[in-house]
Design a protein around this ligand. Structure first.
Ligand code: UFG
Length: 318
């Protein structure tokens, strides 16, 4: 297939682009490089630099694309609370520009990067796709609004859409991994301590109602996540919008993650305990039953593999 990947110079977009190329697809990456890196775009993919508003219509028109995979977004929860307007503009606004460009160009399939943040504070775990969506921050609210837009575009314009609601993505795929200018995620921050780049990692809160008092998350390897995109692409059905959670279904506490990082790296990892981070739910674990049953997806990598691959990636860039 001929595919447009928005945000293909970012962490997850670059991994999925590599997987799509390996599967024999032709890929054009559209990325404004505001957070991504030109050298992260896999060889064999064409890079067009620009925003979706600037370039999506121009790239798609008359070019014979079969589908779009839409990763481009602002994705920091904390920043979204400080700058909600920026998030609504860049996430929802740019996505609407993309959907309009697709419609005008007659491209009717899209796989979209949604998030567990659409659910907010869950009433129960594991979280099902049918559970209430009450985002607790603008980041999650913008992604939920895009999901709603996709439902409408499916119903009214015949688009075939699949939204994948990612839980905590980790790991790397060869030379493609996390290279955020501002790193907020747990595993890369812990590994930076193991690598000697930071003195200690701060545990954000030890008074949650969990067995060891730290937050529990559902970690999924970026390679397993990527495979789900290839399945989702095949599953896009005109006129239908499907939503799938993507997680391993196992919860690990912050303390447990740090312990796995110690074991995998063989380095001591000093910790300090800080206050809770605003907006962090105590437990977020996915039920991925729907994608397992409907698309036959299943995760193949455990937390140890995620940490191992992220560690190999980090050392290769040192
Ligand atoms: N944490 C620490 N110390 C750190 C970094 C994180 O204790 O230095 C804790 C957090 O408080 C949280 C857990 O580690 O309890 C995981 O935090 P991450 O920042 O790695 O991931 P989040 O669960 O906050 O966020 C992820 C995605 C978001 C998405 C969210 C859904 O990165 O994009 O899940 O709730 F919105």
């Amino acid at each position: 297939m001929k595919l447009l990947v928005t945000g293909g110079a970012g962490y997850i977009g670059s991994v999925v682009t590599a997987q799509l190329l390996e599967a024999g697809h032709q890929v054009v990456v559209l990325d404004d490089l505001s957070t991504g890196h030109a050298d992260a775009v896999p060889e064999g993919a064409e890079l067009v630099r620009g925003t979706l508003r600037e370039k999506a219509a121009q790239v798609l028109q008359g070019a014979g694309f079969d589908a779009v995979l839409h990763f481009a977004a602002k994705s920091l929860v904390g920043e979204s609370v400080e700058k909600p307007g920026l998030y609504w503009d860049r996430n929802l606004g740019e996505s609407l520009a993309l959907l309009d460009a697709m419609r005008e160009a007659g491209v009717d399939r899209i796989v979209f990067s949604s998030t567990a943040a659409t659910y907010g504070e869950p009433e129960r775990t594991p979280i099902l796709e049918t559970d209430p969506t009450r985002p607790t921050n603008p980041y999650g609210a913008t992604k939920l609004a895009i999901d709603a837009a996709l439902t409408e575009f499916a119903r009214l314009h015949g688009i075939g859409g699949v939204s994948l609601r990612y839980f905590n993505v980790a790991g790397a795929y060869g030379r493609f991994g996390e290279r955020h200018a501002v790193e907020t995620h747990l595993i890369p921050n812990v590994l930076a301590v193991a690598a000697g780049a930071r003195e200690s990692v701060s545990v954000f809160g030890e008074d949650y109602p969990t067995p060891d008092g730290t937050c529990i998350r559902d970690y999924i390897h970026v390679v397993d996540l990527g495979r789900a995109h290839l399945l989702a692409l095949e599953a896009c059905t005109p006129g239908r919008h499907r939503i799938y959670n993507l997680g391993n279904g196992d919860g690990f506490s912050v303390r447990e993650v740090i312990e796995v990082c110690r074991e995998v790296t063989g380095h001591p990892i000093p910790t300090t305990v800080g206050p809770r981070r605003p907006g962090d739910p105590a437990v977020l674990v996915a039920s991925s039953e729907r994608i397992r049953t409907e698309l036959g997806w299943k995760p193949e990598h455990d937390l140890r593999a995620m940490v191992g691959d992220a560690w190999t990636f980090l050392k290769s860039r040192a």
